[in-house]
Design a protein around this ligand. Structure first.
Ligand SMILES: [Fe+2]
Ligand SMILES: [Fe+2]
Length: 369
């Protein structure tokens, strides 16, 4: 069955074409390269993994609540209409919510794959081209994984959200080499990383926790890449150029804030969109979500030097200025440790199973003696 048949509203069978601009840059300098970037490239090569074998695809998934998200974390909590919803409608809402979230992850990953490929072409230095090439492969594996989960475990897809589509096409069609980088590596990846983190920690389904932890292990490198390369470049641009980048950041962050209201879901399940949005604006859970979602972007934007008055005013307006104090390096170390923890648990379980097999074989042998 084609995945086109699984969308909640019809999507075109034609490709979505975003025109590219700017040059493909070649360099004849094959020597040198920044040590930190080359180390990151080495890590990118060393840490490749295969979703087909690393994820335990046989773990059960509840179709009506694929994430296993406890209801107290629903931002509609407290909204009178939501509180009155019968169990059957709640199941539908949970399934749609999860489908919407994973569909945006999936489309975002496809975007990341294309932007990383674009960065390989357009970035001037070879060390950055090398690193971006490993990221293309990482993103391909993420598309593969989210597509498998959305298609096989949820069985329902949402079209790409308008805000995400706009941010992607703005980033991809800009001829300046750093703009796809800034849009993708800092804004979209930063938001994705934080969102994966929220669901990794809140979801109770073991497969979901596992796959998000593994994807986050890769995404942490991608954000680090954006930081390293852009910090160098932005330390030498003019004030006018900086103002243009800051404007892009402000616009992108408002787009992403609005993106996370999941209005398409309210519309689809027949809830009054305006009332739901109004509830979100005063919801304590939603406010916490939002500050978590910006927890990776804000410190990164500050770190790469795009920290003018307009950017700070926008973050104050969105209510996430405090996130500037987060320790990005500590968060990323933690992401790695959590993913390694899942791998270790997995290896131990495998060892355990093998031990049991050996014991059974020994016992069978003893019996036949
Ligand atoms: Fe990714
Ligand atoms: Fe990524």
């Amino acid at each position: 069955m084609s995945s086109l048949d699984k969308y909640t509203s019809p999507v075109s069978a034609d490709t979505w074409d975003v025109p590219a601009a700017g040059a493909t840059r070649f360099t004849w300098e094959y020597d040198g390269g920044r040590e930190r970037l080359l180390n990151l490239y080495q890590k990118g090569k060393d840490k490749q993994w295969d979703a087909q074998t690393r994820i335990d695809w046989d773990l059960p998934v509840d179709e009506n609540n694929p994430l296993g998200l406890p209801d107290e974390f629903n931002p509609l909590k407290g909204y009178e209409r939501y509180e009155r919803m019968p169990a059957k409608e709640l199941d539908i809402l949970r399934r749609h919510n999860c489908s919407w979230i994973f569909s945006q992850f999936l489309h975002g990953e496809q975007g990341a794959m294309s932007v990383a490929a674009r960065v390989v072409e357009s970035v001037p230095d070879l060390d950055a081209k090398f690193y971006a090439a490993t990221q293309v492969m990482d993103e391909a594996r993420h598309v593969e994984l989210f597509s498998k989960f959305a298609n096989e475990k949820i069985g329902m897809l949402y079209p790409i959200n308008d805000g995400l589509a706009r941010l992607l096409s703005d980033a991809l069609s800009d001829g300046r080499w750093d703009m796809p980088y800034l849009g993708m590596q800092v804004l979209i990846e930063g938001l994705a990383l934080a969102t994966f983190g929220v669901y990794r920690d809140l979801a109770t389904n073991p497969m979901v926790k596992q796959l998000l932890a593994f994807v986050m292990q890769d995404e942490a490198r991608h954000v680090a890449f954006g930081r390293l390369a852009l910090r160098d470049y932005y330390s030498q641009i003019t004030e006018k150029e900086r103002a243009e980048r800051e404007e892009f950041v402000v616009e992108g962050c408002y787009l992403m804030r609005d993106r996370f209201q999941a209005k398409e879901v309210f519309e689809r399940v027949g809830l009054p969109v305006d009332e739901c949005v109004k509830h979100l604006e005063t919801s304590e859970i939603y406010t916490i979500y939002q500050s978590l979602l910006f927890s990776r972007i804000v410190p990164c934007v500050r770190d790469i030097g795009l920290w003018g008055d307009k950017v700070q005013a926008a973050y104050a307006d969105i209510g996430v200025l405090d996130a500037a104090r987060s320790d990005l390096d500590a968060l990323m170390r933690q992401d790695e440790e959590i993913a390694e923890g899942f791998s270790k648990a997995e290896a131990e379980a495998e060892l355990d199973a093998r031990r049991q097999e050996v014991d059974a074989a020994v016992a069978a042998g003893a019996e036949s003696d």
